[in-house]
Design a protein around this ligand. Structure first.
Ligand SMILES: Cc1ncc(COP(=O)(O)O)c(C=O)c1O
Length: 381
């Protein structure tokens, strides 16, 4: 007996549609697929129920007009840029950005004829100095990787409108629980779903959420024709993780605040970057734009001596050095040697990305246990 001959099966959770293609009885059914977009499926690269469920849930959280999920955060950035740009166009990009995004723009998209200018942090809101006749879009992060600089999105959106630029926001570090860039005037928001949205360090995925039907349609085409789609299983895993996003973010935030306060008092810590601390340069903005939440990411500066950095890492038995972030368990990363390795030494020095800069992705464990472990490791150096 085939599955179709059973009484209707009514699962509470969407099953995994692990299929590359869908079947049709005849040409009438095929026409229904074309006549009622989004209601039928044909080929998983064009659309799959698990990918669509994940996209719809993120779209709701970001309050967008449509969302499409992709194979990674990188393919989401690529899609976002290609939505507005073609050969001959120019893009502005915040200087403090994930290293992969910088390399994609400066190296790969340059080969395709899309050029980039990086806007120095101290001139973030002085766009007239950087806009060219062919500038089409600006890419920036809500909370920057790895230095936790907070962008005033409403202010940037107003400036972009003035210069007729599309504003693309990478909301990976914040998540829509903290900030919803589309409500503040951004045109597109994207995420490395790999991070907070999926949340369990077991999926690589991305998403783009758009304002406007036209943008959503274009995004769908790019994902389909470049083959940037996400697999059904990864979509399912990410959709599962997403269900606890709100709870996780609250705990990440409360732990990070406690740890940031502890580190800011510690004699071995030279500097700490966390928007939840009162002395962070954008604390007031972060408070208002983030509804009182600042997230689970923080960075701090210890000694720049290699032996001390290694000794610190080795003295953290339960906090692994893992060059990613936003999982339920705490991990550390090292921007200079991983995410920002591609930056020039001058850029690294200017931004303060030195050997002693440690990025901490605070998990949802008991804060006191994490503090104890960090205290023990700092005592070693
Ligand atoms: C802020 C940010 N954006 C985008 C990406 C790229 O995402 P993925 O690794 O899922 O391709 C990363 C990855 O570390 C990131 O930290």
């Amino acid at each position: 007996m085939s599955a179709h001959e059973h009484a209707p099966i009514k699962p509470k959770v969407t099953p995994i549609y692990q299929t590359s293609v869908f079947t049709f009885n005849d040409l009438n059914e095929l026409e229904a697929y074309y006549d009622q977009p989004g209601q039928h499926y044909m080929y998983s690269r064009f659309g799959n129920p698990n990918s669509d469920e994940l996209a719809a849930e993120v779209n709701k959280l970001e309050k967008g007009d449509g969302a499409v999920v992709t194979s990674s955060g990188m393919s989401a950035i690529l899609t976002a840029i290609l939505t507005f740009c073609q050969a001959g166009d120019h893009v502005l990009c915040a200087e403090e950005i994930y290293g992969g995004s910088a390399t994609l723009l400066a190296q790969e998209l340059k080969r395709l004829g899309i050029t980039v200018t990086f806007v120095p942090t101290e001139q973030t809101y002085e766009l007239s100095s950087f806009v060219q006749e062919n500038t089409k879009a600006l890419l920036a992060e809500t909370i920057s990787n790895p230095l936790l600089t907070v962008l005033d999105i409403a202010r940037m959106a107003a400036l972009c409108r003035e210069h007729q630029l599309k504003l693309i926001i990478d909301n990976t570090f914040a998540s829509p629980v903290i900030t919803r860039p589309l409500e503040l005037g951004a045109d597109l928001v994207m995420h490395s779903v790999t991070k907070y949205l999926a949340g369990h360090s077991d999926v690589t995925a991305g998403v783009i959420v758009a304002k406007g039907e036209e943008n959503t349609k274009r995004i769908r085409q790019i994902v389909m024709y470049y083959g940037l789609n996400l697999s059904p299983f990864d979509s399912w895993l990410a959709a599962r993780g997403l269900k606890t996003l709100r709870l996780r973010i609250k705990q990440h935030n409360s732990n990070a605040l406690k740890i940031a306060r502890f580190l800011s008092q510690h004699p071995k810590v030279r500097r700490i970057y966390y928007p939840g601390l009162e002395n962070h340069p954008q604390h007031a903005l972060a408070q208002q734009q983030g509804n009182g939440l600042f997230g689970g990411m923080l960075s701090f500066q210890i000694s720049d001596e290699l032996e001390k950095v290694n000794a610190f890492m080795q003295a953290l038995p339960n906090i692994p050095f893992a060059p990613s972030l936003a999982g339920v368990t705490t991990s550390i990363s090292h921007p200079l040697k991983t995410s920002h390795r591609s930056f020039s030494p001058e850029q690294q020095e200017k931004l303060g990305i030195t050997l002693g800069l440690i990025r901490l992705s605070v998990g949802i464990e008991e804060a006191e246990d994490l503090i104890q472990e960090l205290d023990t490791a700092l005592a070693v150096i």
